[in-house]
Design a protein around this ligand. Structure first.
Ligand code: HAM
Length: 419
């Protein structure tokens, strides 16, 4: 029989990987907690309609990448491909508009997208994310961007690059799209055939073309930033001023696009060249229309999410922290239940006293047990035999003493100056 493997695009978080994730989690807790963000966890699956309405029917995420299924009762459910729509749903469902605004959330959860797997792109992946709901202030956006920068710095992500832009309102965007389409039609001679073929589908893609002639033509193309309404332009200028004030480096990229439809105004993405093709580490923006889109009262919102695996891929491997073992309880009796009971009791009591303690569980010979204690880096080994006394071996000095079982723990605590 062949051994069953994990599904394509998924991976196991083995104990050594879990340690690095725990470091990320504690940085997120500290950095976001200090700014008033509180953790939220929403269900792994939601009504499919939440993402269709929230993220947008036309996006790749909704049209191609969702794991949707019938729940058996005729309802379509979807494994969450992202966290913003669920957090907004929870905000509305629990009437959180009645709380003092804004309400700040953070999450560290798994997400699901049926994408072609490659380095940094998985079908189940984790995101750390933050959302501020109920504030339209540019400072909310600037705060979020600074917090993500701080988190990436705490994780030592290599060569982070921040690009920001503003999308204005959907109406500005629609008018701009028409203007850009007209510009591209008028300049078809200066564009590559691929770009011309995609004019109606996605005119913005013309800005990403590698073809030199197209790039030359696009230099004269209007940008969305030049077409923002006055208040949107002022909002963007204020976000930039706050970032400048904090000396956070960024590039303004008027052609920045992100794969979700809910964005308005501020838009940004952090990337790292350390990542290769999937270079986006995290991104986000403002979504002032989303809560109303989900049936709630008009409520502004802003947030980001960063890929946990991408952060870890873009950061240097820290030395793997060794498990500490203060006491290894070795069994040297002839298999009599008494010595096994004494050993078990001793290990349990040691843990209650605050020591890291492990008990022999593999039936090794005494020699094998001492070797195992050494491999674990145990500070002390208590050898429990048929004799009522216990031998306590100091693994650093090699000293060995016979002690009453009751005095083993106080002796270790005293020697380690824990009391
Ligand atoms: P997103 O850009 O789709 O945004 O995803 C955020 C981050 O999740 C990406 O930058 C990337 O690091 C990681 N990520 C995305 N897809 C995958 C994948 N298949 N495998 C591994 N990592 C992946 C959002 O999801 C928005 N909800 C962000 C947001 C929050 N906007 C406002 N608030």
């Amino acid at each position: 029989m062949s051994v069953i493997q994990a599904p394509k695009g998924t991976f196991d978080v083995l104990p050594a990987d879990a340690a690095r994730r725990a470091v990320l989690q504690s940085h997120a807790e500290r950095i976001l907690g200090a700014a008033g963000y509180r953790r939220i966890e929403t269900p792994t699956f939601e009504a499919t309609e939440l993402f269709a309405r929230g993220v947008g029917e036309a996006t790749d995420i909704v049209s191609k990448e969702m794991y949707s299924f019938d729940d058996g009762g005729g309802r379509s459910l979807t494994l969450r491909p992202e966290g913003t729509a669920p957090v907004c749903r929870a905000y509305l469902e629990h009437g959180m508009h009645k709380l003092p605004q804004p309400v700040k959330f953070w999450y560290l959860s798994s997400f699901y997208r049926a994408e072609a797997p490659q380095r940094g792109r998985y079908r189940q992946f984790w995101q750390v994310g933050a959302e501020t709901i109920g504030s339209a202030a540019p400072e909310a956006d600037a705060e979020l961007i600074l917090l993500l920068a701080e988190l990436l710095e705490a994780m030592a992500v290599r060569d982070p690059r921040l690009r920001i832009s503003s999308l204005g309102t959907p109406a500005t965007r629609a008018a701009y799209r028409q203007e850009l389409t007209a510009f591209l039609r008028a300049h078809e001679d200066g564009l590559s055939p691929e770009v011309v073929a995609r004019i109606d589908l996605n005119p913005l893609r013309a800005f990403d073309a590698d073809d030199p002639r197209t790039r030359e033509t696009m230099r004269d193309a209007p940008t969305l930033l030049e077409r923002l309404e006055t208040d949107d332009a002022e909002h963007f200028a204020a976000v930039r001023e706050r970032l400048d004030d904090q000396e956070l480096a960024y590039e303004v990229d008027p052609t920045l696009v992100r794969g979700l439809d809910y964005y308005t105004r501020t838009l940004y993405e952090f990337s790292s060249d350390a990542l290769g093709a999937q270079s986006a580490v995290g991104g986000g923006g403002r979504y002032d229309g989303l809560l109303a889109q989900l049936g709630g009262p008009p409520t502004p919102g802003s947030g980001w999410a960063a890929g946990v695996e991408r952060i870890l891929l873009a950061a240097p491997e820290p030395p793997v922290a060794r498990l500490t073992v203060d006491l290894f309880v070795a069994l040297a009796g002839e298999g009599a239940t008494d010595s096994r009971a004494t050993g078990f009791r001793l290990a349990a009591r040691a843990r209650r006293a605050g020591l890291d303690a492990q008990l022999e569980l593999a039936g090794r010979s005494l020699k094998g047990q001492l070797k195992q204690a050494d491999r674990l880096g145990a500070r002390y080994v208590a050898i429990v035999g048929d004799d009522p006394m216990v031998s306590l071996k100091d693994m650093e000095t090699g000293d060995q003493r016979e002690l009453d079982p009751q005095t083993v723990i106080p002796t270790i605590l005293r020697a380690s100056r824990l009391v």
